[in-house]
Design a protein around this ligand. Structure first.
Ligand code: HAM
Length: 428
């Protein structure tokens, strides 16, 4: 087939009708969970000032360094298509004075995000996040609850075999010392590292810990681990998070190399995977953690914060691979067939009467052949077909055909909605 002249940009996809039901289902599950746990919905702007991300996410991260769609507007502003939702939510929290509301403030969001990544399994340039953020709570119970929220969402979507990976990356008290230790360990082995990691050594040494290159892995396996160098407060916080997770019996695994690709984290970081080779290859279904310094860094009051985001496309791909089924949408039980101009006109009005009565009706008004319409009704598998021909349209009647028994009866057109309701045992 000839390639069409215009296609969606590389790594970006239209969401066609066959995927809409997955999006709707995931949205519905997220919304129910959000309502249960007391989160309010927020929609931030798709474009933000570029500096929000360079300052918030960190200039040395891949997201800011390599993946942002940034441009200068005609008015001279530097804007960026949002690559993630946490910095924008913090911006909105500060801008709209939410610091003055009773804390905690709990916000959730669902929408498109943009990263100029190499398109591959589980990596797109336009993708969707469902994110949950809690402002104003420093207790480790919140870290555990955030993890529980994402775990519950994935379980509600019938995904099984999930594993939570968790780590603590300390805070401004203990991380600088650990970074120094790590640097001196890695510096002496610099020549063996991959070229990306040699670069990271100067910019962002912690990121070396989650490099997947085999030669780096051998070095990382012997590297000092942050968990052994946490300050008293971070150590206690992490211990309590794990105790809460034990209490709610969530399956987790400590991963001392989990550091995440965004600079704002403090203390807890986590990712949730499907625990299978395919799940690993695709990457995390959700990730997040605590980020106690970000609100202040972006100009607000000191506010402890924790949150996370799930990748909708990865969830959908996993649901498809595991053949997750969910309840069918409401299917039409009635088919309305018409023949002749007058019948067509009356059908249009009748369809509205059914819509108001909340009865799903299918039709093919564009078709004129009765045979074609009846065979369509058969294919859909409706219970009753209503046939409105020229004669019936003139008489003010309509034929009701029971598709199972083939029995037909004639009823007054103004009574047909009521008749059908009776047959379907629908009460008013
Ligand atoms: P993130 O790990 O960058 O975290 O993204 C969260 C999830 O989005 C990932 O676990 C993955 O499922 C999905 N994801 C990320 N990049 C892509 C991509 N290129 N294509 C498809 N899916 C992708 C954040 O963005 C943080 N803002 C999460 C957070 C919220 N932390 C605290 N609060």
């Amino acid at each position: 087939m000839k390639r069409p002249r215009f296609q969606s940009p590389t790594g970006m996809h239209d969401i066609l009708s066959e995927d809409q039901k997955y999006f709707q289902k995931i949205y519905e599950v997220c919304e129910n969970v959000a309502n249960f746990y007391g989160f309010q919905k927020i929609e931030t702007t798709i474009l933000e000032e570029t500096e929000l991300f360079s300052r918030g996410v960190g200039v040395a991260t891949d997201i800011v360094g390599k993946q942002m769609y940034s441009f200068r507007t005609k008015g001279g502003d530097y804007l960026t298509l949002r690559p993630e939702g946490t910095a924008p939510t913090v911006r909105a929290f500060i801008e709209h004075g939410m610091q003055n509301l009773p804390q905690p403030v709990k916000l959730w969001y669902f929408g498109p995000y943009f990263r100029h990544e190499k398109p591959q399994l589980g990596r797109f340039r336009q993708f969707h996040h469902a994110g949950f953020e809690v402002f104003g709570e420093e207790s480790p119970i919140i870290d555990a609850q955030i993890i529980q929220i994402f775990y519950n969402i994935l379980r509600e979507l019938k995904l099984k075999n999930l594993i939570i990976e968790i780590n603590s990356i300390g805070d401004n008290q203990c991380r600088p010392y650990y970074k120094k230790l790590l640097m001196s360990y890695l510096k002496s082995r610099e020549q063996v590292l991959c070229s990306d990691c040699r670069h990271r050594l100067r910019e962002n040494p912690l990121r070396i810990l989650d490099c997947k290159e085999e030669k780096c892995q051998r070095i990382i396996n012997q590297a000092p681990q942050i968990i052994d160098h946490l300050c008293g407060e971070c150590h206690q916080h992490f211990k309590e998070v794990l105790e809460f997770l034990d209490e709610i019996e969530l399956p987790y695994r400590l991963n001392p190399y989990l550091v995440r690709g965004l600079d704002y984290y403090t203390k807890t970081v986590f990712e949730i995977f499907e625990d299978s080779p395919e799940g690993r290859a695709q990457g995390a279904l959700a990730g997040g953690g605590r980020y106690d310094v970000l609100v202040k860094l972006l100009g607000g009051k000191d506010t402890p914060t924790a949150g996370g985001a799930a990748g909708i496309e990865r969830i959908i791909d996993t649901m498809k691979a595991r053949q997750v089924r969910f309840r069918k949408e409401r299917e039409p039980v009635i088919y309305l067939a018409q023949l002749g101009t007058l019948a067509k006109r009356k059908s249009l009005k009748l369809l509205e009467d059914f819509r108001k009565a909340k009865i799903q009706v299918s039709e093919s008004f564009g078709r004129d052949s009765l045979k074609a319409q009846l065979s369509r009704a058969d294919k859909i598998g409706v219970k009753y077909t209503l046939i409105l021909g020229q004669k019936e349209a003139l008489d003010g009647t309509i034929i009701v055909r029971n598709m199972k028994t083939g029995e037909q009866e004639i009823v007054k057109i103004e009574k047909v909605v009521r008749e059908i309701k009776k047959k379907l045992k629908i009460r008013n």
